[in-house]
Design a protein around this ligand. Sequence first.
Ligand SMILES: N[C@H](CCC[C@H](N)C(=O)O)C(=O)O
Length: 288
Amino acid sequence: MRFTKMHGLGNNYIYVDLWQEQIPEEALSPLAIAVSDVNRGIGSDGLITIGPSAVADAQMRILNADGSESQNCGNGIRCVGKYLYDHALTKASAITVETKAGVMKLDLHIDERDLVSTVTVDMGPARLRRADLPVLSGEPEETALHDELSLNGETLQFTGISMGNPHAIFFVDDAKTHPVEVYGPLVERHALFPERVNVEFITMKNRRELDFRVWERGSGITQACGTGACAAVVAACLHNVSDRGEDVTVHLLGGDLVIRYDYDGHVYMTGPAEEICTGDWPHEPWRA
Ligand SMILES: N[C@H](CCC[C@H](N)C(=O)O)C(=O)O
């Protein structure tokens, strides 16, 4: 099986082109686990397939390193846009990609080598109802703005935001007080989140900048999380510590994303996309 390894700010995935490879549905989850294993596989945060769509220029599916499937991936979809253009599957600079969170609109920024360098994505609407995550911390039709959860005797306040996939946002004055490697796995699997949750700890630097650390559902600590950065800026706007319609720079471990929560309710993300290598994965049990 041919694959391409790509990353957005170090959030890296193994990409498989389904115009070239046929992979049975039941093989996807074990394949994601196998290729993501840094010791016995290739090493990545998960698997992303790029293939035909009846409603968009392409379809993206994203599976985490533990084999679970998510609705969307911000860093991943920028790399999908880059793959489609750089590998001549499109020559348009404005394209659409179908995801389980809806059809995303991408603006591809082409560099002097006629390759995609950065991508701006309309990540669709922020979903603000508790039912959208889902989270069981109160009235399902209302927004989880100041919700609470207990962890080992400590009560923490969070904001629940969905970008099609679920995010629990914690505002902290200093990330060191709540190390994501300690709190992340406890929150990810907390009973309040029936479908688990992505966990973000953010520190506001000013109204236009925030520091961001993430524990991802199904992948653990990653260098960056695009949907998480979108959810973080939405939460900051809802708490009136950032402004709707203004660009906010999110400082992630792997670098910066520029996010805007616009008045149309949609969230816009701009960031880089890079190809690392291509290769051949020989373990294809589905062909046996
Ligand atoms: N772990 C996420 C999917 C990947 C999202 C992230 N890598 C991004 O860039 O948005 C979830 O289970 O919802």
